[in-house]
Design a protein around this ligand. Structure first.
Ligand SMILES: *[C@@H]1O[C@H](CO)[C@@H](O)[C@H](O)[C@H]1NC(C)=O
Length: 172
């Protein structure tokens, strides 16, 4: 009985496990995420962390209002850690270049989009967002919600990305 209980607890912990954390730019490069073109995810990530967050992680791009193609991410398959009940927290995803308002993304982010080439539209940035405080607490990157290709951006990597200068779009 207790073994069964323990096993199911263990199983739910494993199922709800968080994606691996990327701590450095080298970690990020090693994943191969979002590059080379027509992949757009690396440019999307770099734009997002600079343009859509203030220094206190307050959202400058409104996920709830659907700015830049943001929409809620249901997390039905536990791609990301489960959210606690009863809190104003939600996951939101950005990066589908076919979404309404995605045309508001910078040209450098969306320029390689080809509706006939899935590779040009497979990268996503996901955020954990508190609708009351309007703060983002976690940022994830994902190759079209593939669990083995989904990562958390750790605080050190986030700080690194946020201090990059404006020529970041063309460095890859
Ligand atoms: C998920 O990523 C892995 C590793 O790159 C790959 O082998 C697998 O085919 C991908 N799954 C899907 C559904 O694309």
């Amino acid at each position: 009985m207790s073994t069964i209980l323990f096993s199911s607890l263990l199983l739910s912990v494993v199922l709800a496990s968080a994606p691996p954390t990327l701590d450095t730019d080298e970690d990020l490069q090693k994943t191969g995420f979002g590059r080379p073109p027509p992949r757009h995810g690396l440019r999307l990530l770099k734009w997002y962390v600079k343009a859509c967050l203030d220094n206190n992680m307050e959202a400058l791009c409104d996920p709830v209002a659907g700015e830049y193609g943001f929409h809620p991410f249901g997390n039905e398959e536990d791609l990301l850690p489960r959210l606690p009940d009863g809190q104003p927290l939600g996951y939101f995803t950005i990066g589908n270049l076919h979404s309404p308002h995605a045309q508001d993304l910078p040209y450098d982010v969306r320029k390689d989009y080809d509706p006939n080439d899935p590779l040009s539209n497979e990268d996503r940035v996901l955020v954990k967002y508190n609708e009351n405080t309007q703060h983002v607490s976690d940022i994830f990157i994902s190759e079209h919600y593939n669990k083995t290709r989904t990562y958390i951006i750790g605080p050190k990597l986030l700080a690194f990305l946020r201090q990059l200068t404006h020529h970041f779009y063309i460095e890859m």
